[in-house]
Each structure stands twice: as C-alpha cells, then as structure tokens.
Design a binder for this molecule. Sequence first.
Ligand SMILES: [Zn+2]
Length: 297
Amino acid sequence: MIKKIQYNTCGLLLSLLALGSGSLSADSMSEPVLEPLSEPFIVTSIKPLAIIAQSAVGDQARVEYLLPDNQSPHDFSLPVSALKKIASAELVVWIGPGFETRSAKTMAKLPPSKLITAMDQIDPLAGDAAVAAGSHSKAMSADPHLWLDPDYGNAIAAEIQARLGLPIKQIIGQDEIQALRASMAASQDKTYLSHHDAYDHFVRAFELPAGLSLRDARGSVKGVQSQYQLRKTIMASNISCIFVEPQYQGKDAAAVAAEFALPLVALDPQGLSQPLNHEAYSQFIGSLVAQFKACFQ
Ligand SMILES: [Zn+2]
C-alpha cells in the first residue's frame, strides 16, 4: 500500500516536471526520494494503441503495452506486472470497458487526468463525421476495434499529444488515407471472411463492402443457426479469401477454407509484426491495406 502511494506521488511529480511546471521549489527538487527527470511513460492496454501513442509522441515519451502478443484482448486479465506498470505510468490508454472488460475495475480507479479512454475520444467525432460521410454513420457501429479507422487513430493521437502538452499533429495524413483508399477502389465488389467481426471501422474508412466472419465481435463462436446461415451466405457471396489472424488458432478458418476451396491470407489487425517507431501507425495502416489487397487479388 505504501509502495503504491510512492509510485503515484512519483508519477505526479514526474508529470509536473515533464509538463514544464515551474511551481516546484528548489527544496522539493533536492528531496532524496526524487528520481532523476526522465521522459514520460505511457502504458497502453493493447499494441495497436501503443502504435498510435508512439507515432503521436515520437521520442518525447516512452511507450509500452500490456497485452502479450499471443493473447486475445477480448479475454485478458491484468497480471501484477501490468498493475505495476499502470501505477508508474503518467498516462494510461485503453479502448474502454466494452473491450478490455476484465481491466475495467482497475481503470475506473485511475484519476481521470491519467487515463485516456479511446472510446470517449471518438464519440464527439461521430456526429459530424457521419453527416460528412453521408450514408455511413460512425456512431452506428458497436465494433470496438477503433484503431482500424485512421480518423480515429488521429483523434486518439491528438488527445495523447494534448495531455503531454505536445503540438497536435496527425499520425497519418489525409492525402495518404485518400491514396490508400484509391488503391483499393478496384476491390469494391469483393468481400472476405475473417476470424471475428472486427473490421467494421476499417471497411467503412476504406469504402469496402462489409465482410463475413466466423465469430462475433468479441471472438465468441456463433450459434448453430448462424453457422448454417454463414455457409449459405458464403455460397451466395463473392468471397476472395479467408483471413487468419496470428493470435488465434486458425482451425475453424482452415476448415471453412477447405470446404469452400478459398485461399487463407494472413491479416495482422493488432500490428504484432509492426515495430514501434515514429511512423508506426501509417506503416501499420499501409500494411493492413496491403493485406486486404492480397486477399482481393
Ligand atoms: Zn478483436
């Protein structure tokens, strides 16, 4: 308990220093408990948010993520090591209680100034963007895989930059998004089958038709009736491939691929192979577009 309080105090002091507050006296600066001034520490729940954070801050902060690469974010419980990282971080970024369900209690205890809930960052966008986009409403989708829409990536990045007092800069430019969208324009009559229902935001952002999925948005197996419906829909759809994601066992995908003689294509929606660097988010979105194009070829 005492240790935890020290962490929090230390984190607060570090963030005051990082924000350039001049209010600390010389006496408090020389307190022996103070650690040397270091860059702010940002902890994210999942790697995609770390990709966004690192792109947002460049080398102005240290970024780590909590979810091990071999686990599904949909049923991840925070181990003690993760709680320690959260305690020592200046900023914690997560999607929200509807996504990292088992982390919700821990996150609810954090001071609001230390926490960014990605879901909350994109809500204000929904109204304007939906009107601008015409037919597709961003607010309509309950899909929690927000990081797959580059507009949301920019919105989350802007909040991180604002909290750290950094200049607000887009992590993927509108020209770049437009060019990627144009590069997929020839694929608009094609669709795909994915492991779970995770691509609403991506296909809307890139103006592709909605795909089919073996599992629901939380990665749970669908009921017998919907399995039957799925097979009927597969036969009636122009499906180009079945996507397999690295962190899931691809057994059900492989079975359907064999049944319908469809190719399996690797898709990495969590950017597990994406290095964390200053250009990470734009590289990550570019890779996803390339993976979708590999399916549609
Ligand atoms: Zn998912």
